[in-house]
Design a binder for this molecule. Structure first.
Ligand SMILES: [Zn+2]
Length: 410
């Protein structure tokens, strides 16, 4: 065997390893997974702010290949490439500028404080973003908070009331971060960004003493709605992992937790789970739930095409009437909307209430993100709301500015 052969052999082996890794469910390790949805050439960082249109158009692109696991009902993007994602300070994901979201966030903090007696306690958040939720827990219950997130910006909390009890650590989570055992550990809208789902939950479990009975709270996008209603705007590269109630419960149970509560909230968009450390491994999994999801997965492609056609026609109709088309909301849903439909050139502007996003450009398609006040000058004919939960506040803003136009909600 010459050197060339040995290199080739090594190459073949590593490709085979890659493939079997892609086909193996990251949650339950079953090999019975099935590909059901593919999208090519999608921006890999839909929350990154681009300073120039050229930079936005030339952003990193990747692909989506959703697989469904017949063993536990978990759905994941087998084409996800961690190396193409960036969670740095440039990552601008906060929804704190929306009154609807702020109200929801505050209610959630109050609910957690009440249900779990969080007053003067130690709380931890993994994937804490800019730390808004920890600050709320500190303000409302005088709790001490530790936040772990590679995109954390500790300096943004300077001078914020309540933030004196909050420490942000700009790192990926490791068990050593639990040196002070938390009474409450939360992780919101983060698990969907993680490929090695069971390793991640096991790492958290490894940081916790069972005797402390830390309450662990997770919140993720609810995937049954996405598959059932073909919510294609909620499928994007950063989200590599998609859970239903049944598959999320399964993941926690097999990773050393006892599940105490699950719920679906925020207009059916969020799924939450509460659990405490347990020494038993009691993974149950509901066959009926998995089989029902399997049926929805099987008919997904056909139903999705009809749904996408509806939105293409809506935009094309507005353009044929000479109307200016604006998307309201410049986050991941908008990126997915623009890249999935093949009509990005017919959308003129994107607006957002988050001032940090203004005068930047949409990844992949290059629309300018304008402040909402600019709509007075732009006079859109059609505004498409990327998240219907904000319909009320957006319609109110448009009417306050005296902008009269058609409003459609995804
Ligand atoms: Zn599985």
């Amino acid at each position: 065997m010459n050197l060339g052969d040995s290199l080739l052999a090594a190459d073949t082996i590593s490709q085979a390893d890659d493939l079997s890794e892609q086909f193996t469910c990251p949650t339950c390790k079953s090999g019975r997974t099935e590909l059901f949805h593919e999208v090519e050439n999608v921006p890999t960082n839909s929350c990154i702010l681009f300073e120039t249109r050229e930079e936005a158009l030339n952003c990193n692109k990747g692909s989506i290949a959703l697989r469904f696991c017949h063993g536990c009902g978990f759905i994941y993007n087998a084409s996800f490439k961690q190396e193409l994602t960036e969670y740095s300070g440039r990552y601008e994901e906060t929804q704190g500028f929306s009154p609807t979201f702020s109200r929801f966030h505050r209610n959630l903090a109050e609910e957690m404080i009440e249900r779990h007696g969080l007053s003067g306690r130690d709380v931890m958040e993994i994937g804490c973003g800019k730390g808004e939720f920890l600050v709320l827990l500190s303000q409302l219950g005088e709790n001490r908070g530790v936040g772990v997130d590679p995109s954390a910006l500790p300096e943004r909390l300077e001078g914020v009331p309540g933030a004196e009890r909050v420490t942000l650590i700009p790192e990926y989570f490791e068990p050593r971060h639990c040196q002070v055992q938390p009474d409450f550990l939360c992780c919101k809208m983060t698990l969907e960004h993680i490929t090695k789902t069971s390793e991640f939950i096991e790492t958290i479990r490894a940081g916790l003493d069972e005797s402390r009975q830390t309450v662990v709270f997770f919140q993720v996008p609810e995937a049954d709605r996405i598959i059932r209603h073909c919510a294609f705007e909620d499928i994007y590269h950063e989200h590599c992992s998609y859970f239903t109630e049944s598959s999320l419960r399964h993941l926690f149970e097999r990773s050393g937790f006892k599940v105490t509560r699950t719920a679906i909230e925020y207009d059916d968009q969020y799924l939450t789970i509460e659990a405490v450390p347990s020494s038993g491994n009691s993974a149950t999994g509901t066959r009926a739930a998995i089989d029902e999801l399997a049926d929805l997965v099987r008919s997904f492609a056909e139903r999705l095409e009809l749904h996408k056609q509806h939105w293409r026609e809506k935009v094309q109709q507005a353009k044929s009437e000479g109307k200016t088309v604006v998307l309201w909301g410049s986050g991941s849903k908008a990126v997915s909307f623009l890249t999935s439909l093949g009509i990005a050139d017919q959308v003129d502007f994107v607006t957002d209430i988050n001032p940090n996003r203004h005068n930047h450009y949409m990844p992949g398609t290059g629309q300018l993100i304008v402040p909402p006040e600019q709509l007075v000058k732009i006079q859109p004919g059609l505004v498409i709301v990327m998240n219907r939960i904000y319909e009320g506040e957006i319609s109110q803003s448009l009417s306050d500015m005296g902008v009269s136009c058609d409003v459609a909600c995804l």
